[in-house]
Design a protein around this ligand. Structure first.
Ligand code: PEP
Length: 256
């Protein structure tokens, strides 16, 4: 049975002290709780990965990076490699986030290389994909998502470690969420693609997260969809109260 993954993507936010406070609060919120198959992941800026890794060791929280280089090592100033992330005991790494695609030129080909590097280093990639507003309005959503899947997973042997996040760009940081029906339609499309390309077994085991203005008010309806296995949450993951509330909703749904 698939878990429910509640993952926070802090992007470029929080000072070290704020990060420290956040982790202390999160640990306190979950320490005496039965999680019922809810997996909590936080992806802070890489500068705080040591703090994150220490927190993960002392709690049930998993940690992730927000990006990785496609190279293993060498003269790539400012970059962080998969072996480095692995040496910090990280479990997850986001790849192909729309902000990386838009501002840093991450193409499907680069995303593909990054996924391969992460898998070689036993880190679960959280592979983001999704359409822009113009693509949705032109009824190209399915074509775009299927194209991104083909590009990202070219020659990749699918494994349970890989997580996919459907993140419609028009819903990221805009306060506009996809309706549960809109999100479910694309999650089902992704699961059907996994079935066809790999197997029913792989499709049944792969976690597909929704991302795009998920918050305590809409998380329940989204998580109730059969093909939505959790959320990748930006803005609402920065506030401990909101993030804790979303975790609590996910636990309550699993416990029903
Ligand atoms: C994200 O950055 O992955 C994201 C979904 O952001 P937000 O929740 O703020 O829309």
């Amino acid at each position: 049975m698939r878990k429910t993954i509640i993952a926070g993507n802090w992007k470029m936010n929080k000072t070290f002290l704020e990060a420290d406070d956040f982790f202390a609060n999160l640990v306190e919120n979950i320490e005496d709780k039965e999680l019922f198959g809810v997996e909590i992941v936080v992806c802070p800026p890489s500068l705080y990965l040591e703090l994150a890794s220490d927190t993960a060791q002392e709690s049930a929280i998993f940690m992730g990076a927000q990006n990785v280089s496609e190279h293993d090592s060498g003269a790539f100033t400012g970059e962080i490699s998969a072996p480095m992330l692995s040496s910090m005991d990280l479990e997850f790494c986001i790849v192909g986030h729309s902000e990386r695609r838009k501002y840093f030129g991450d193409t499907d080909e680069l995303v593909n290389m990054k996924i391969q590097n992460l898998l070689k280093n036993n880190i679960s990639p959280i592979v983001c994909l999704g359409e822009s507003l113009a693509e949705r309005e032109n009824e190209q959503t399915k074509e775009v998502v299927l194209g991104q899947l083909e590009g990202a997973f070219h020659n990749i042997e699918m494994s349970e470690e890989i997580v996919i996040a459907y993140e419609p760009i028009w819903a990221i940081g805009t306060g506009k969420t996809a309706s549960p029906q809109q999100a479910q339609e694309i999650h089902k499309l992704i699961r059907d693609w996994l079935s066809e390309k790999y197997s029913d077994e792989i499709a049944g085991k792969t976690h597909i997260l929704y991302g795009g203005s998920m918050n305590p008010g809409n998380v329940e309806n989204l998580l109730q969809q059969p093909d939505i296995d959790g959320g990748l949450i930006g803005g609402a993951s920065l506030e401990t109260g909101k993030f804790n509330d979303m975790i609590d909703v996910a636990i309550a749904l699993r416990n029903n």
